[in-house]
Design a protein around this ligand. Sequence first.
Ligand code: AMP
Ligand code: MG
Length: 409
Amino acid sequence: MIDACANKELLTLKQALKLILDVSNTTLGFERVNIKNARNRVLYEPIHSAIDVPSFRNSSMDGYALHHSYTEGDKPSVVGTSWAGRPFLGDIKVNECIRIFTGAFVPDQCDRVIMQENAQQDKGQLKISAPPLPHENIRNIASDTHKNQRLLNQGKRLKTADLGLLASCGIMEAPVFKRLTVGFFSTGDELIPLGTAANIGQIYDSNRYTLHALLEEAGAIAIDMGVIKDEPEAVEKALLSASTSCDVIITSGGVSVGEADFITPTLAKIGRVDAWKVAIKPGKPLVFGKVNNALFFGLPGNPVSVMITFQQIVLPSLQKLMGQHVQQQAMHLHAICEEEIKKQPGRMEFQRGIATNKNGQLTVRTTGDQSSHRLNSMSDANCLIVLQQADGNIAEGQTVNIQLLENTL
Ligand code: AMP
Ligand code: MG
């Protein structure tokens, strides 16, 4: 049996990430997709606008557009209406104005719009109670986007606002990287599928459900490849077969040094292994490597360890493989501890926490027992409390860093 950690130095999370990201280079081609289907896809090329937006001067208010000769005290005549989508194209002369609505074309002769609340029509004439300044309430040509402006950079993961931005410029399709195919397995003779009754010693396989959702959220094609028995032949067969159809393979379980842990020796036989001890908790030895052309991540089996190692280690690699410019480190906020937190120096810890806004001050408490088999500790959490390697116990009232989980985990 290979000891995954024998003669391996203890790596910090940063060191492990650097080693992994250095070999996580995208080889994906590109395709054009309708922007309706482009959310969370990564741009293959920058996108420029072919038009100015807005392409015509328009009103930002319901009101009246005044001739540019307007001076305070005038009572201009109302000579027409400019509706959104139905522009007023007639002539407007000195001491005239038109009724106008939000988004409607502002004729060239007009240089300001008075909001309707500040004006009153009386027998076809406009009485103005608060005179508008020149240019007031007019949205100028290109005040949102200039023709030829670079809208979005290559490597950007498209978010909802980006799709709206593209649509506003009349762009129907986006060139994006093809999707990354990630196959994942659970390993373990104790695992049974949902829908069956558990005998003593058996547990339901939860890791395939969390991994599936994590991969979908990441924007990958997630392929559930089932459960591998704790037998070297089964592991070998499964990994070789997955390597022909997947860009990345992820397993959970079987990476410790027990009698039933076959991931590392099998990987060593059929591919390349980098196994390290990464100084994080939760998170046991991490196995990283390659089977044929597929990158391989062997995650620990404990359900919380799977989620945390995925988020901290696998996700940055997948993002780079998907062509995404790897984001800056997750944003950390400061929160005051509501209770003492137990910690021994030596590993970086990601404790599951509940952050609360108390009169503008963020405070945080843990979700209780932090054992890595307790999925309740993840389910209850809305943040991770990030404790540094050298940190010891944290006293009540001390400030800690937290990382909000939002919807991702
Ligand atoms: P291992 O890393 O294989 O030694 O597993 C560590 C712990 O995680 C054991 O208690 C396993 O039963 C548990 N475990 C492994 N795989 C899964 C899974 N897919 N779902 C839930 N628990 C698991
Ligand atoms: Mg196991």
